[in-house]
Design a protein around this ligand. Structure first.
Ligand code: AMP
Length: 208
């Protein structure tokens, strides 16, 4: 399964990415996690990324695109991937589409996690306390939401046009949201549905 997860910070993409990757036996590729690991290890990529992560700005497209194109060529992505946090700009989405189409394996779905801003603040404040992420301060959260609105939200139209968009109500407990996603993926119309194989499961039979 080749999926991308779109949505504002705090919408629950990361939690669902892990569950979906397990369900579809695909690789979970979270660009934010990769950058945080690179920063922690002090690699050249980490040194470039650090200031962007701290401010809540996006790492430049050319850096992210090169990193993701390399990552999805690795053997664990041969059976598909769940991209969590990529693409975040139209240029990134176009680069991904070009790459996947040239390989004859187009994207199967772009899941857009819909959630209200007030609920996001509540979740992100909780995450800040629990995980001590340096980019979960109130000011940075506000900035990251603006960046999402300006740079990433246009991808909703982009994927709507290509027919890959699936809107997900992201409010609810984790298992409920997973069930919704699997159900909607199972209901996709061709050509997507044909590629899903036995992807969808009936309500109530999702992974636990
Ligand atoms: P995340 O954990 O997905 O919220 O990402 C944390 C930070 O990593 C973001 O605020 C950006 O600075 C950077 N980042 C992650 N993914 C991308 C991307 N696709 N494009 C640009 N920057 C990214």
């Amino acid at each position: 399964m080749r999926l991308v997860l779109l949505g504002p910070p705090g919408a629950g993409k990361c939690t669902q990415a892990v569950r979906l990757a397990e369900h579809f036996q695909s690789a979970d590729v979270a660009t934010g996690d990769i950058f945080r690991e690179q920063v922690a290890s002090g690699t050249p990529l980490g040194r470039i990324a650090q200031e962007y992560l701290d401010s809540g700005d996006l790492v430049p497209d050319e850096v992210v695109i090169a990193m993701v194109m390399e990552r999805i060529s690795e053997p664990d992505c041969a059976n598909g991937f769940v991209l969590d946090g990529f693409p975040r700009t139209v240029a990134q989405a176009e680069a991904l589409d070009r790459r996947l189409e040239s390989a004859g394996n187009p994207l199967e779905a772009a899941l857009f996690f819909e959630i209200e801003e007030l609920e996001l603040f509540r979740r992100l404040a909780g995450r800040s306390a629990a995980l001590h992420r340096s980019d979960d301060t109130e000011q940075t959260i506000r900035h990251r939401l603006e960046v999402f609105a300006n740079k990433t939200r246009p991808l909703v139209n982009y994927y709507e046009r290509s027919g890959a968009l699936v809107r997900i109500d992201a409010v609810g407990d984790v298992e409920e949201v997973t069930r919704r996603i699997l159900k909607l993926l199972g209901q996709m119309t061709p050509p997507q549905a044909a590629k899903l194989g036995q992807g969808g499961v009936p309500e109530g039979q999702g992974p636990t």
